[in-house]
Design a protein around this ligand. Structure first.
Ligand code: NI
Length: 254
């Protein structure tokens, strides 16, 4: 069954119908969801979802745009949370120079600290990197993040950068963007990369695939991404689901 490797079901966008939506996922072929923390608060709500639903796992961490809230004390709390049984990764962490807040030195500091945390607790990292290709790669290398392993989620760079991450053993997260008309660069990356390093993700409620672009996204739309991957890689939808499920289980150790 499909594994949604990156979702935010604790987001307000799901307040109206979260229970109904999640209850229907298995019947729609979505077997497992990894819900991703993006702040201290959303790490708490992510952990609560993972406790409530057997098929939901949790990543704990603070998104680059939220790193102004981090302190040594909050880092110690995150480290404690990493010991919870359904926590499978540290994330999402990284650099976001698109929004460019807080200042870059703050983002970089907490990116490094959260990679160090992942290495200490031996969990993979879920990396968010937007308009920050060089600095992300530099920090990943300097902090030896490859020893923790992980995924570059919503991969948005070209083949050259993809090669660097693939050479280090990282996975690349691919979602709704692959179905967009203007996604030539991502289609090239998917064509280039070995399919056994590709993870399916929604980043829901964001990034809904065509023809739902701009609407609220959910794992229910992942079959559209499966189809797009299959067309590029010359695989059946069943083959894409089987290989990406195995990839997600290997990376998150599910
Ligand atoms: Ni996300």
């Amino acid at each position: 069954m499909i594994i949604d490797t990156h979702a935010h079901y604790d987001d307000d966008a799901f307040d109206e119908d979260r229970e109904i939506l999640l209850a229907g996922l298995q019947a729609a072929g979505i077997g497992t969801v990894v819900n991703i923390g993006a702040s201290i608060d959303s790490t708490k709500t992510t952990l609560a979802l993972a406790e409530k639903y057997p098929f939901i796992y949790a990543a704990v961490g603070v998104h680059p745009s939220e790193t102004a809230e981090l302190t040594e004390e909050k880092m110690r709390w995150l480290e404690e949370m990493c010991a919870r049984p359904k926590v499978v990764a540290v994330g999402e962490i990284g650099l976001d120079y698109h929004w460019d807040e807080p200042e870059r030195e703050v983002q970089k500091h907490w990116f490094r600290e959260q990679i160090r945390l992942a290495r200490r607790v031996d969990l993979p990292v879920v990396v968010h990197s937007r308009d920050a290709a060089k600095d992300t790669l530099d920090i990943i290398k300097e902090e030896k993040a490859a020893e923790a392993g992980g995924v570059i989620h919503c991969f948005s760079y070209g083949v050259e950068v993809a090669r660097e991450y693939l050479d280090m053993g990282f996975y690349l997260g691919v979602g709704g963007v692959l179905t967009f008309k203007n996604a030539k660069k991502l289609r090239e990356v998917v064509a280039y990369m070995p399919v056994d390093r590709l993870l399916l993700e929604t980043d829901c409620p964001y990034m809904a695939p065509t023809p739902h672009r701009g609407e609220r996204n959910s794992s229910m739309y992942l079959p559209l991404v499966v189809k797009a991957v299959g067309e590029i890689k010359g695989l059946s939808e069943e083959e894409v689901i089987a290989v990406t499920e195995a990839n997600a289980r290997r990376m998150y150790r599910l």
